[in-house]
Design a protein around this ligand. Sequence first.
Ligand SMILES: [Zn+2]
Length: 144
Amino acid sequence: MIYRFLRGFNEIYPVAVLFAFIAAFFVAFAFTVIYPLVPIILIISSVFLVVIARVTFLVLRHFERGIALASLRNGKCPACATACDVLRVGESRVQECPSCRRIFDEVGAPYVPQERVEDANKSVSLEHASPEGARVAADGSGGV
Ligand SMILES: [Zn+2]
């Protein structure tokens, strides 16, 4: 439950911060003629706000992956607590949930095969399946 909330929040967080900074730009732009102290303060504080936004994101992502790893070590999906299938993609092990189809890599991060150049054209083999997942191993390159 808390994992799903954190992951959803972390997915919208970068876009939300971007739009907040764009909104701050328009506020500063509107105040340039009315009251020039506001844009000056916003420009100076924006440097610190970028650092705060970045550190907040790193802390939230750290918690998200910590929760995911704690659950994955028990062989359970962090989002729905179903037993995960362990797949081997090249040299790396990924865990796939047979219920909600989420895939996690070794550090607990969501695994997106298209974003891994080193895993392109690597074969995917099922290392061991979850007890309740009576699913045939997906074999081949683009399958997982
Ligand atoms: Zn799941």
